[in-house]
Design a protein. Structure first.
Length: 266
């Protein structure tokens, strides 16, 4: 029996496949991010695996955190009066940094929406294959919140500071075509070809020397994981402050009700 309950893990020659299995929207939590990190570490220890693909079942690639979930809302309420209640969220970011510490190239197959922390997960990969139907959104400010998952560092590095600011300040949904033009995605194909093209790219990478790949990737990534750690530490402080505001509650409520939020600045 597999130890993984939230993901599927397969091996295809020298390519490992991780499939998120929380359809339709694939909301994440500590358990899911922990299992993805565990699978990547398993691939790092497997001498046969040289690259991996991160894909998902359902409609979305990953819609981020489910702020409308009753269990999460209870946690948010505790966080207002008890700083220790923030530990589960902090722990999620600890698991996120583990993903950035993996040693082998990752290709994300983004066939649908990558929203909020789900965008952060997609950006943690080395490359992204996507389609016109996909949507990329850092929707934190529309929730009355602060970006997380290291995006304040990783997104500007990938698409430039000003484009990242545009995504953060508007919370707009960027189409697959725009993502490709901006360099947020490396390959643009029809939706039904996203996973196969991601596997194809990973297999192309896997044809190279495994020692050369690990060595070169370590050089190119440098201290990326440490920078993401610093970013998530700062992001968590800002998120903790904003989580206690009326605007955050209104942003979550408005998003769930699919309406424009009535923010008050408090």
């Amino acid at each position: 029996m597999s130890k993984y309950t939230e993901i599927g893990v397969e091996k295809h020659g020298h390519v490992g496949l991780i499939e998120i299995r929380r359809p339709p929207l694939n909301f994440f939590d500590v358990t899911l991010i922990n299992q993805i990190a565990d699978a990547l570490e398993e691939f790092d220890r497997d001498i046969e695996i040289r690259a991996s693909v991160l894909a998902a079942q359902g409609k979305a690639f990953c819609a981020g955190a489910n702020f409308s979930d009753p269990a999460r809302q209870e946690q948010e309420a505790r966080a207002e009066s008890d700083p220790a209640a923030n530990l589960p969220i902090n722990h999620l970011y600890v698991q996120a940094v583990r993903i950035f510490r993996n040693k082998k190239p990752i290709v994300a197959a983004v066939h649908g929406a990558a929203i909020g922390g789900g965008l952060g997960l997609a950006v943690s990969a080395d490359f992204r294959v996507t389609c016109p139907e996909a949507r990329f959104s850092a929707n934190f400010t529309k929730l009355g919140f602060h970006p997380g998952f290291g995006l304040t560092f990783t997104l500007p590095e990938l698409i430039g500071k000003n484009n990242a600011e545009l995504m953060f300040y508007t919370s707009r949904r960027v189409t697959g075509e725009e993502a490709y033009r901006w360099g947020l995605a490396n390959v643009l194909v029809p939706q039904d070809q996203v996973r196969s093209e991601a596997m194809k790219l990973a297999q192309e990478i896997a044809e190279c020397s495994p020692l050369g790949l690990v060595s070169t990737r370590a050089t190119m990534r440098g201290d990326l994981a440490d920078r993401v750690l610093a970013a998530t530490n700062h992001e968590l402080v800002e998120q903790t402050k904003l989580r206690a505001t009326e605007d955050f509650k209104e942003g979550v409520k408005a998003t769930a009700e699919r309406r424009v939020a009535n923010f008050k600045g408090r």
